[in-house]
Design a protein around this ligand. Structure first.
Ligand SMILES: NC(=O)c1ccc[n+]([C@@H]2O[C@H](COP(=O)([O-])OP(=O)(O)OC[C@H]3O[C@@H](n4cnc5c(N)ncnc54)[C@H](OP(=O)(O)O)[C@@H]3O)[C@@H](O)[C@H]2O)c1
Length: 390
């Protein structure tokens, strides 16, 4: 099957809904994702895919150092600009600081490397990909743990954030934001920042079966633009992010019945909800490699196609009769980022998102770790038949 079909007419970028950031700049609501789902074939094709997305009208490109393809995406951006397809100032280019570089003296060099790879001299948005420095080597198995992983330590995060604000002062990035934060970590960040330094954007997992409604509303109230990734439920996500309890958004019976009623495909229904929620004030990132899907995903941000009733079937209307279809079906658990103590406390996957372990300072965490070691020694020597392997 031909993936790229340059005969397909483009979407008018001016018809795409825009979100106004707190500094007044506009961010196209729909972003083209560039994560290759660890798929080497997709990695090779990414240059053509990004050029095609730009040709079809995408102006917001979602990149990250962690996707290991910024040079390829950069070639696409450079070619699109050189060929006159788009001007740099018409693009909204976002990238993410990878966990491995979450050390104060590595933030500026990491951004400069991203600028070189993407072949641009500034970013529209630079976000901290995860709230801590924990990382796993590319290709690690789904249960690999890094012994040096740590929980959220606010003091560490703020040292990195100070450098993010320096990038903004230097004019290398127009706006700074976060990703994969929780309500509590955003509370701490807002507590310790002012108007210039505050985050203006947070990227998080959002799709019809995982709506995070209260957190999204909190972000909007605090002038942080929320944007959702895995907007279609990421059917081709890597094996490490698949769990037996997962449900498929596109196959949900309400999504299917709205699809049958409207003639929209199930992915179009998911994106129509993403576009309409909170009065079009939530961004969405989706990824596709076929021209027709790239185009239809962008079209999702051009008009409200669901009736109020259809929208509310997905979103709910605050009544017991219609709670909506959110099932808290989180796809990204980030279990590879867990730190040693978390392994022994509760269900490891939940510890990460439930804010069980958040520390203000490094010395708070040192104290906790010492107490935990002492406790663990006593635990191991006194509890009968203790089995840590399960
Ligand atoms: N901040 C973070 O931590 C984070 C985490 C995950 C993702 N992201 C970003 O979010 C982006 C999107 O996430 P994702 O790619 O995992 O999930 P997604 O957009 O929900 O799903 C993409 C998949 O859906 C299929 N698809 C796309 N459009 C379709 C359509 N119209 N009809 C039928 N199937 C369609 C694609 O298939 P084909 O591949 O066959 O075209 C692709 O495999 C990533 O690329 C990345 O930029 C960020």
């Amino acid at each position: 099957m031909k993936m790229i079909n340059t005969n397909l007419s483009p979407v008018d970028p001016n018809a795409v809904s825009q979100i106004k950031l707190v500094d007044g700049s506009l961010m196209p609501q729909a972003a083209m994702g560039t994560f290759h789902s660890d798929n080497p074939d997709l990695m090779k094709g990414m240059e053509d895919i990004v050029i095609e997305a730009i040709r079809l009208g995408y102006r917001h490109i979602d990149c990250a150092t962690a996707y290991q393809n910024e040079e390829i995406v950069g070639q696409a951006i450079e070619k699109s600009i050189k060929s006159g397809l788009v001007k740099r100032e018409d693009l909204f280019i976002l990238s993410k600081l990878w966990n491995k570089n979450m050390k104060p003296d590595e933030v500026i060099p990491a951004l400069k490397k991203t600028l070189i790879d993407l072949k641009v001299d500034y970013l529209d948005m630079y976000v901290v990909h995860w709230p801590w420095s924990n990382f796993h080597e590319p290709g690690s198995s789904g249960d690999a743990l890094n012994d040096h992983a740590v929980p959220y330590i606010h003091e560490d995060f703020m040292e990195v954030w100070d450098k993010m604000t320096e990038l903004k002062r230097l004019g290398l990035v127009k706006n700074i934001g976060t990703s994969n934060q929780t309500r509590k970590t955003i509370d701490l960040l807002l507590r310790d920042t002012d108007d210039f330094n505050r985050p203006t954007y947070n990227q998080m997992e959002l799709h019809p079966l995982f709506q995070q409604k209260e957190f999204v509303q909190f972000l909007i109230e605090n002038k942080i633009a929320p944007s959702g990734y895995m907007s279609l439920g990421s059917p081709r996500r890597p094996g490490r992010d698949r769990f037996p309890e997962h449900q498929s958004d596109m196959q949900h019976h309400i999504i299917q019945s709205i699809s049958a009623q409207t003639g929209l495909t199930p992915p179009q229904v998911c994106l129509a909800w993403a576009h309409q929620r909170e009065n079009n004030q939530v961004g969405y990132v989706s990824m596709a490699e076929r021209s027709d899907w790239i185009k239809s995903n962008l079209l999702g941000a051009t008009q409200n196609v669901l009736s109020n009733e259809q929208f509310q079937l997905i979103d709910g209307n605050n009544t017991e009769e219609n709670p909506g279809i959110n099932t808290n079906n989180r796809l990204i658990w980030g279990q590879v980022f867990l730190w040693p103590e978390a392994k022994y406390l509760g269900h490891p996957r939940y510890v990460l998102w439930d804010d069980h372990q958040i520390f203000e300072t490094k010395s708070d965490y040192d104290e906790f770790r010492k107490a935990f070691k002492d406790f663990y020694k006593v635990w191991k020597s006194t509890v009968y038949n203790l089995d840590f392997t399960s």
